[in-house]
Design a protein around this ligand. Structure first.
Ligand code: ZN
Length: 356
């Protein structure tokens, strides 16, 4: 894979280095020169080997202008994350910014890991950070442990599933575990927004096509048809900016969508928080405390989080667009890649369960 700019995917102009994990976060959580465990080296001659990497060396090429463009987001998110760590309430707009930043980190990790792994999953990264921030429905799960140590850890980024579709990862900052999930139209139907049917892949280009259906204009509970095993704070945000939506203004220009938007013009939905079976909606200017009620034992949460991230990655494969229109060879290729991703995750789940 060519060394392209992590933000725009082009050959970097005035090359700079972008820290996938920002320096302020590395400094906040310990010695910046410390070594981190970043999964396994996949192409090592002696088989799988631990990959040790100093966090502050985990950088990737970027254009000077691209890098500067995102410096503002980094600057904005630091005080927000500090509030979350200090268990202080944050504004709904701040949660949206935090989710934008998590999109940036998640896609950066995906591109970065693919470069480190010499693209072993054989994916064509047809999108970069620029085209993926704030595009698709997204979620946060915040959990808390009893740890008093400083630490920074990443979960779920070394799986084949993540290499194929970077939809779920976990960021562990000190005693706070943040699971970030993003997938196109994950929430739209059950939130009453317009939603796609018959999503399918096209044989000639890596594009997704679909037909849109008018929203049902009511919220269905629960929002996701998946048992939520985490004990923590659940946050959901619908987004309607993605490429598939272009030209569908009429479907979205409804009072219902407006009423449930933080910023309708920008395609940013309100923030929803679920607690047991109750869903609370928050809009502009309101504050939310993300601090979970439950405190986990740190070692137990570390293992459980490794299980849950694989379970989320597996669960999301059901939403992968339909392959009916592809050629038999293309179909087989996609099916085998995703089913291998699920199998690898099942092995990881089994291994981690044995540690509990
Ligand atoms: Zn660039």
């Amino acid at each position: 894979m060519a060394k392209t700019c992590i933000f725009c995917g082009e050959k970097p102009s005035n090359k700079t280095k972008e820290h996938v994990i920002p320096q302020w976060l590395i400094e906040l959580t310990g010695n910046p020169n410390r070594e981190a465990f970043l999964g396994f080296i996949k192409h090592h001659e002696d088989g799988f080997k631990d990959r040790k990497y100093a966090f502050d060396q985990f950088t990737f090429p970027a254009c000077d202008t691209c890098n500067n463009k995102y410096a503002e987001l980094e600057g904005n998110v630091k005080p927000i994350l500090l509030k979350v760590l200090n268990e202080e309430p944050v504004l709904t707009e701040n949660i949206s910014t935090l989710l934008d930043w998590l999109d940036k980190v998640r896609i950066g990790l995906w591109l970065g890991m693919n470069q480190l792994d010499k693209n072993y999953a054989n994916v064509d990264p047809n999108y970069h950070i620029n085209t993926r921030i704030g595009q698709y429905d997204r979620m946060l799960i915040v959990e808390k442990s009893n740890s008093t140590n400083s630490k920074l850890n990443l979960g779920g980024i070394d799986t084949l599933s993540f290499a194929l579709t970077p939809s779920v990862f976990v960021l562990i900052v000190n005693n706070i575990y943040i699971t970030n999930i993003s997938f196109m139209f994950l929430l739209s139907r059950r939130l009453g927004f317009p939603y796609p049917t018959n999503m399918h892949l096209e044989p000639d280009h890596e594009r997704v096509r679909c037909t849109f259906v008018k929203g049902r204009e009511r919220i269905m509970s629960p929002l996701l048809r998946k048992p939520l095993k985490e004990k923590g704070t659940f946050i959901f945000q619908p987004m309607f900016r993605g490429g598939l939506i272009e030209g569908l203004d009429d479907d979205y220009k409804t009072e219902y969508v407006k009423k449930h938007s933080l910023d309708f013009e920008q395609g940013i939905g309100n923030i929803f928080q679920s607690n047991e079976n109750n869903l609370t909606e928050y809009t502009k200017g309101e504050t939310i405390n993300l601090t979970p009620h439950h405190t986990h034992n740190d070692r137990e949460l570390f293992v459980k989080s490794a299980i849950h991230v694989c379970e989320w990655q597996n669960w999301l494969t059901q939403f992968i667009p339909n392959t009916d229109k592809l050629t038999p060879i293309q179909k087989k290729f996609i099916k085998s890649r995703f089913s291998t991703g699920v199998k690898v995750n099942n092995l990881l789940i089994k291994h981690h369960k044995s540690l509990l």
